[in-house]
Design a protein around this ligand. Structure first.
Ligand SMILES: Cc1cc2nc3c(=O)[nH]c(=O)nc-3n(C[C@H](O)[C@H](O)[C@H](O)COP(=O)(O)OP(=O)(O)OC[C@H]3O[C@@H](n4cnc5c(N)ncnc54)[C@H](O)[C@@H]3O)c2cc1C
Length: 459
C-alpha cells in the first residue's frame, strides 16, 4: 500500500498510523487543533489534569504496550489501591472484592454492606439455584441480570458501573457487547455465580474495572507520543467533508482547513471518527453501513473538575472516588478523587486536592443543558452530601463531551457485523474507533491496529 489517509486523530486513528509505519506513506487528518480526541489534558489552578479518559485498561495489552512502544513505559503508573465504592442509601459503601461489573462472586459478602436490602442479598444469592438454559440470543444487561440476580442488584450494583464505563443504562445495553464475560457464561448455560467463582479461582476474571493504569502527566500525553513516533504527516484543523472513489481503487478526500478547502488522494483510507461522523462520509459508497452507523446512539457527559486548597479545606475525602446508582436520583454519576488516585498528580501538586465529578448518562441530556455554573454548584452540593463538608474549590471547570460515548445496545454485535460486511466491498477502506468492539482505550487501539492490518492485507 503506497499511501493512506487516516481520518480522525484520536487514539484509534493514531494506533492505525503507528501500525502502518514503514508500510505506507500516512497522513492523519484531525478536525481539532490538537490530536487525541477523548484523551486530552488541560489545566486547572495551574495543574495538568485529564479532561477525558484518565486511565488505560491494563487487563488487555494493546494500550499499555503501545504506550511503552512510543516511549511512555516509565510514565505508566498504577492507581492507589482502593475498593470500588458506591454512594447510595446515604453512605459510601465499598463493593466486596471479586465483583464482575458489579456482580458479586460471593453475594453473602454484601450482607451488612448497606448496598442491598437483606431480601436483595438473599435474591442475588439464590442465583446459583435457578435453572439456566444456554442463552441463544442477545438480551439487555438489565433483562438478563434482573431475572438471575433480582432487580435490586441491577439497580444498585450493576447500574453504577455501567454509568461509569458506558454512561449507559442496563435496560438498553447489550449483554454480549457490554458484559462479554457474563454473556459467555450465559451462553454456556448453568448458573452464573459458580462459573464466576471457577474463573476467579483460575485467576480470572480480576475485579473489573480496577485493572487500569494511568500515564504520569495525563493520558493526553499518550496520543501525542504516538503521533510523534508514528512518522505520519499530521494535519490538525483539517476536517474531512467527503470521500470519493477513484478508478484503480484509489480514494480522494475533500477536507476543510482554516486556510480553505484541501483535496488529497491515496491508495487507502481509514475512517477513525465517531459513528455519526463516519456515517455521512460512507453513505454514498455503502448506504447500509451509513444507516447502521447513524443508528448507534451516543450518550453525552460532562466532567466537572475542581481544585481545592489542602490548607484551607475543612475536610478532604479518602479513597479513589465513588459511583452512583441512578435509582437514587442524584445528579452525579461518579466522582474520581484524582489526587488520591494518581500518585503523579499528588506529587506534582502537593498543596492542592483535585477531583472530578461526572454527570450524564444516556437519556439525561436535559441535565447537561444547564449552564456550567449550575452544574458546578449542584456538583459541590452533592459532594458535600456524599463525603462531607469540603468547602469551596479554588477553581472549577466543566468539560462537555457531547455524544462522547457510543451505546452498545442489544444486537450491537450483529449491527457491527453488518457494517463490516457492507464496507468489505470497498477496497482500500477500513473503519476503526470506539463504535465497534469496545469503548475503552485498549479496545480502540486494537481496532486501529486491525484496520491498518486490513488495509495491508486487502489493498
Ligand atoms: C469523559 C470520558 C471519559 C472516558 N474515560 C475513559 C477511561 O478512563 N478509560 C478508557 O479506557 N476509556 C475512557 N473513555 C473512552 C475512550 O476515551 C474513548 O472511547 C476513546 O478515546 C475513543 O477514541 P477514538 O479515537 O475512537 O475516538 P475519538 O477520541 O472521538 O477521536 C476521533 C477524532 O476524530 C476527529 N474527527 C471527527 N470527525 C472528523 C472529520 N470529519 N475529519 C477529521 N477529524 C475528525 C475528532 O476531532 C477526534 O479527535 C472515556 C470517554 C469519555 C468521553
Amino acid at each position: 500500500m503506497g499511501s493512506v489517509i487516516v481520518i480522525g486523530g484520536g487514539i484509534s486513528g493514531l494506533a492505525a498510523a503507528w501500525q502502518l509505519r514503514g508500510h505506507a506513506d500516512v497522513t492523519v487528518l484531525e478536525g481539532h487543533t490538537g490530536v487525541g480526541g477523548k484523551l486530552r489534558t488541560g489545566t486547572i489552578a495551574g495543574i495538568t489534569v485529564d479532561e477525558g479518559a484518565e486511565s488505560l485498561m491494563a487487563l488487555r495489552p494493546e494500550a499499555v504496550e503501545l504506550a511503552a512502544a512510543v516511549g511512555l513505559g516509565d510514565a505508566l503508573c498504577d492507581p492507589a489501591k482502593a475498593p470500588t465504592t458506591v454512594w447510595t442509601r446515604g453512605g459510601l459503601r465499598p463493593l466486596p472484592p471479586g465483583h464482575v461489573m458489579g456482580i458479586p462472586t460471593d453475594p453473602a459478602a454484601l450482607a451488612g454492606s448497606g448496598l442491598l436490602s437483606p431480601g436483595g442479598v438473599a435474591r442475588a444469592a439464590a442465583e446459583e439455584r435457578l435453572p439456566a438454559a444456554p442463552l441463544a440470543e442477545d438480551l439487555s444487561v438489565g433483562h438478563y441480570l434482573a431475572a438471575r440476580f433480582g432487580r435490586e442488584a441491577v439497580d444498585r450494583l450493576v447500574e453504577p458501573l455501567l454509568g461509569g464505563v458506558y454512561a449507559g443504562r442496563a435496560d438498553l445495553l447489550s449483554l454480549r457487547a457490554a458484559m462479554p464475560r457474563i454473556a459467555a457464561v450465559a451462553e454456556q448455560g448453568g448458573p452464573v455465580l459458580p462459573a464466576l467463582r471457577r474463573m476467579r479461582a483460575a485467576g480470572a476474571p480480576r475485579s473489573a474495572p480496577v485493572a487500569v493504569q494511568g500515564v504520569a502527566g495525563g493520558t493526553g500525553r499518550f496520543p501525542r507520543a504516538v503521533a510523534e513516533a508514528c512518522g505520519a504527516r499530521i494535519l490538525t484543523g483539517t476536517t474531512a467533508r467527503s470521500l470519493h472513489r477513484l478508478p484503480g481503487n484509489r480514494w480522494r478526500v475533500s477536507a476543510m482547513t482554516g486556510d480553505g478547502p484541501l483535496t488529497m488522494e491515496a491508495d487507502g483510507v481509514i475512517l477513525a471518527v465517531p459513528a455519526y461522523e463516519a456515517a455521512p462520509l460512507l453513505r454514498p459508497h455503502a448506504p447500509l453501513a451509513g444507516e447502521e452507523l447513524s443508528a448507534i446512539p451516543h450518550a453525552s457527559t460532562a466532567v466537572i473538575t475542581m481544585a481545592f486548597s489542602r490548607a484551607r479545606s475543612r475536610f478532604l475525602p479518602a479513597g479513589n472516588g465513588f459511583l452512583v446508582p441512578p435509582v437514587d436520583g442524584h445528579l452525579l454519576k461518579a466522582a474520581s478523587f484524582l489526587s488520591n488516585k494518581w500518585p503523579w498528580l499528588r506529587a506534582s501538586a502537593p498543596d492542592t486536592f483535585v477531583l472530578r465529578a461526572s454527570v450524564g448518562r444516556i437519556g439525561e441530556e436535559a441535565l447537561l443543558s444547564r449552564p456550567d455554573r449550575h452544574l458546578i454548584r449542584a456538583a459541590i452540593a452533592e459532594l458535600h452530601h456524599a463525603v462531607g463538608p469540603m468547602g469551596e474549590p479554588l477553581a472549577a471547570r466543566v468539560t462537555r463531551w457531547n455524544r462522547g460515548l457510543p451505546q452498545y445496545c442489544v444486537g450491537h454485535h450483529d449491527r457491527v457485523a453488518r457494517i463490516r460486511e457492507a464496507t468489505s466491498k470497498l477496497p482500500g477502506l477500513a473503519l476503526c474507533g470506539a463504535a465497534y468492539e469496545g469503548v475503552g482505550v485498549a479496545a480502540c487501539v486494537a481496532t486501529g491496529h486491525q484496520a491498518a492490518r486490513h488495509l495491508l492485507t486487502h489493498p
